[in-house]
Design a protein around this ligand. Sequence first.
Ligand code: URA
Ligand code: CA
Length: 433
Amino acid sequence: MRMVDIISKKRDGKALSTEEINFFVDGYTKGDIPDYQVSALAMAIYFQDMNEQERADLTMAIVNSGDVIDLSAIEGVKVDKHSTGGVGDTTTLVLAPLVAALDVPVAKMSGRGLGHTGGTIDKLEAIKGFHIELSKQDFVELVNRDKVAVVGQSGNLTPADKKLYALRDVTGTVNSMALIATSIMSKKIAAGADAIVLDVKTGAGAFMKTEEDAEALAHAMVKIGNNVGRKTMAVISDMSQPLGFAIGNALEVKEAIDTLKGQGPKDLTELVLTLGSQMVVLAKKAATLEEARQKLQEVIDSGKALAKFKSFLTNQGGDASIVDDPEKLPQAAYKIELPALDSGYVSNIVADELGVAAMILGAGRATKEDEIDLAVGLMLNKKVGDKVEKGESLVTIYSNKENVDDVKERLYANIEIADYAEEPTLIHTLITE
Ligand code: URA
Ligand code: CA
């Protein structure tokens, strides 16, 4: 087999065989096929696309390019959730204990990564004593016993994706639906998921800016999952403004606790119940989405979800007393209000720009070496559609430095007030097959 023939075939719009796809992924991972040939192929895929079979084959070839996590020692259907980006997204922190309270096993591998605020692990490390260094055996035992555990990423997962993504980044081939969908799905499957729930964000703060693109990506990923034996569902959700009120690590932990108590922000609560329902159905703990939702509401109302969060923290060395005393979480030295300059209705909150503002305060990492300040961030006092009087606080800034003029300037530039505005629709579409 020759790479040049594979490139030419795709250039001419023909479908690649399973063998051809395996050949190039394997050869590229090993370094036998050079970047320039894979660049050419990626560009051909960008223009000619891939059919369903090719997408399924490419996904599995990427999965098999490295280690695959074996979670077979954990009982039950392992359902993983993936959100495509977003700002101040606290869903994982709420969902893990929430669905575990219904005996859905949550065996989560999580990374730190870059971003506006830390990853799930950084947020959990805002809790004193919490650690993610678990042996494989302890991890499996914890999930079997208590249904939820989080461990740091280990192993060499999807090396082909790492090389391919870096190459796409510099060759104008990131925005191929086939390449994005296979990239995301391969990582979930390599991490051991039996079934997958996808939260595809749309809007200004999202990777997919339009609803059409978000739907197309969701459909593509659901098809791949179902074609490779991992039942997959998806939700298209709004990221035109940040989700919930909190953007920042300790602040999001507090928000997660409120939500598990049934006192969280309306949008975060709704999204968590929607995604959670799909997870519960895929894990076969309820027959329908309606039944699943009712059961989730019951474990919130009964306090079982909150109790599960406490035992999860305790199991991994964390101080569970923060659940009842959230002031034990890292606290910022200064709380600074951002008064509205006009009266009216909040009409726009640019999600990713607020993420940048939180990052300037120190809530996130710009480079891998950066240290996160767990205490700092933003609390939105108003969301899109809310009425506001001049002088009322739009945002509370949690900072460890006294002068936050740069942050205030950015916030004013990215929160708009108009004569009238309505609350945006949070859940756009559910895709269940
Ligand atoms: N996120 C991924 O993981 N892969 C892509 O290709 C795009 C976004
Ligand atoms: Ca939030």
